[in-house]
Each structure stands twice: as structure tokens, then as C-alpha cells.
Ligand binder design. Structure first.
Ligand code: HEM
Length: 157
């Protein structure tokens, strides 16, 4: 698992310094993300129609785990792969990551209030780094079955 996105060491420090505030509000941020997503991009509702309740909690936990492991992501690699499988099955595409990223930052601002540009840029870079990892892992999975259809990959079960 490589990460292509450029995040500066200063941004990493900013992410770590502000991670506790995100952690303390992670469920509110994740819930707000879904509200914003469904309001601004109603087409994404279909993705979550069959999703069991608790999705906001799982997303919140994932974001916290990510920020806590931002220096060395290897411990969360298995979790990333498990989530990536679900994304591929659901038909998530690279373009969706930009939409989610925009609404996630919006949700952070909605919940935590105005943040400095430095903080916002640092979290945008951190999100992009994670999104690039997911996109790469998911592209590899799609390629492995030779089709982007989400209903074939029995070997991932
Ligand atoms: C870096 C960004 C993202 C993170 C951290 C993330 C995280 C997660 C997590 C933790 C789960 C739950 C897995 C489980 O049930 O154990 C999940 C599932 C899901 N995600 Fe994401 N996700 C991201 C991006 C996206 C995008 C861009 C979409 C498309 C709009 C998406 C759509 C879904 C769907 C539809 C499921 C449910 C799959 C199912 O329940 O079968 N995710 N994601």
C-alpha cells in the first residue's frame, strides 16, 4: 500500500495536534457528513440504502483510527482492505472520493466552527492521502476480477 499524495511534515503535525478535537466530535462530524452528502449529492443515497444502521459510527471510528495512525498506516492496512472490499462491492468509484472529501471538510467546519486555513489544508491533505490509498487498493481489486462489477468477487468474501 503506497501513498502518493504529498502531505508535508508540518501538515502531519497539524493533523496530530487537532486530532483530539476531531475524535471528541467524530460521531457528530460523521453524521453531519451523511446529511451534507444526501442533501448536496442525492444520487449518493442509493449507495447506503441497504447499509445497516451504525454507518456514521463506523465511519467516525475509521477516521479516528486513521488520524491516530497517520505516521505509520501499516496497523490499519487490514481494515483498509476490508473496507475497500465493501466499497468495490457497492460500486464506489474514484470520483466519489472528491465528493465525500468536500462534504467531510464541510462537516468538520459545521461541527467545530471556523478553523484556520492551515488546519483545513492539513486535513484536506490527510483525507487525500487516505482517499488515494483506497482508490489504489480498490483499483487493484477490480483489476483482479477483470471487471468493475461488484457482484463477482467471491474470492474476497
Ligand atoms: C476516505 C474515505 C472513506 C472512508 C474512511 C470510508 C469508511 C467506510 C467504513 C468504515 C465503512 C464501513 C465498513 C463496515 O461495515 O465495516 C464504509 C462502508 C461504505 N462506504 Fe465508505 N469510506 C470512505 C469513502 C467512501 C466513498 C467515497 C463512498 C461512496 C459514496 C463510500 C461508500 C460506502 C458504502 C456504500 C459503504 C457500505 C458498504 C456496505 O455496508 O456493504 N465510502 N466506508
Amino acid at each position: 500500500m503506497s501513498n502518493k499524495a504529498a502531505i508535508t511534515s508540518e501538515q502531519l503535525s497539524t493533523v496530530k495536534a487537532t486530532a483530539p478535537a476531531i475524535k471528541a466530535n467524530s460521531l457528530a462530524i460523521a453524521s453531519r457528513l451523511y446529511e451534507r452528502l444526501f442533501e448536496n449529492h442525492p444520487e449518493t443515497r442509493a449507495f447506503f440504502a441497504d447499509t445497516p444502521p451504525g454507518q456514521a459510527q463506523r465511519l467516525a471510528d475509521a477516521l479516528v483510527a486513521y488520524s491516530e495512525n497517520i505516521d505509520d498506516l501499516s496497523p490499519i492496512e487490514p481494515v483498509v482492505k476490508a473496507i475497500a472490499k465493501k466499497h468495490v462491492r457497492a460500486g464506489v468509484l474514484p470520483a466519489h472520493y472528491d465528493i465525500v472529501g468536500t462534504e467531510l471538510l464541510g462537516a468538520v467546519v459545521d461541527v467545530l466552527g471556523d478553523l484556520s486555513l492551515d488546519v483545513l489544508d492539513a486535513w484536506a491533505a490527510a483525507y487525500q492521502m487516505l482517499a488515494d490509498i483506497f482508490i489504489e487498493v480498490e483499483a487493484g481489486m477490480v483489476q483482479a476480477v477483470g471487471s468493475p462489477t461488484p457482484d463477482v468477487p467471491h474470492e474476497w468474501a
